[in-house]
Design a protein around this ligand. Structure first.
Ligand code: GRF
Length: 217
């Protein structure tokens, strides 16, 4: 049995240990907002060091700026290769002391260079009960498959698309008259609940990998 220790190194600020988060977004940033709200009301003991978007027009950048958080636009098209883009992200995050990375609607696949830089310290939120419906349009995929239950997943990130070890999931019903919009709304409110929860579990060192599965203590 393999057991991987928690690798986050909290930063000491006075007597208060603080984990520095890096949040990667591509769009609206409602999951980023859920994290910011959870930090403000004390459910997540962390500080967001930087919000990085691969798109300059991501509305989530305004949410970060409003909260006084540094923002950075790193367009993936500026990098000559996927590995070079990974490298740009890693150095931006590490230079700001980030020890835990959250992908909150970040629509780029990250490679081994990125994943190796933050072992067991990259979380992604996805709008389905993985391994069902990975990739884009997960809510549409669920409707087209005719499932009666879908939901949200927070998982550790590996280079494989939406396939890393699951930390927490939340199920929602799929109604016969659901549209992509109505199902997305129902799932999103669960994303907003479980992403901060998973982040805090990881910060507290409650999540460990055993035989490739996450055990939450
Ligand atoms: C969420 O549904 C997330 O699961 C998916 O993209 C959406 C991003 O929403 N990967 P937001 O930008 O956090 O509002």
């Amino acid at each position: 049995m393999t057991s991987v220790p928690n690798l986050l190194k909290p930063v000491e600020k006075g007597s208060d240990p603080v984990c520095f988060l890096g949040v990667l977004i591509s769009g609206r940033g409602s999951n980023l907002q859920a994290l910011l709200d959870a930090i403000v009301d004390g459910r997540v003991r962390a500080r967001v060091a930087v919000v990085i978007s691969n798109r300059a027009d991501a509305p989530g950048l305004q949410r970060a700026a409003k909260a006084g958080i540094e923002t950075l636009v790193l367009p993936h098209r500026d990098a000559p290769s996927r590995a070079a883009y990974d490298e740009m992200l890693v150095s931006a995050l590490q230079s700001r002391g980030v020890t835990l990375v959250c992908l909150a609607g970040f629509m780029r696949l990250l490679g081994p260079r990125f994943c190796d830089a933050f072992p067991q310290a990259i979380l992604n939120v996805h709008p389905s009960l993985l391994p069902a419906f990975p990739g884009v349009d997960a809510q549409r995929q669920a409707l087209e498959a005719g499932v009666r239950v879908s939901g949200a997943t927070v998982h550790f990130v590996t280079p494989a698309l939406d396939a890393g070890p699951v930390i927490v999931q939340a199920a929602v019903p799929v109604h016969h008259d659901d549209t992509v919009a109505s199902l997305s709304t129902r799932i999103l409110s669960e994303e907003h609940r479980i992403l901060p929860q998973a982040v805090q579990w990881v910060i507290e060192g409650r999540c460990h990998l055993e035989n490739g599965r996450v055990v939450v203590r």
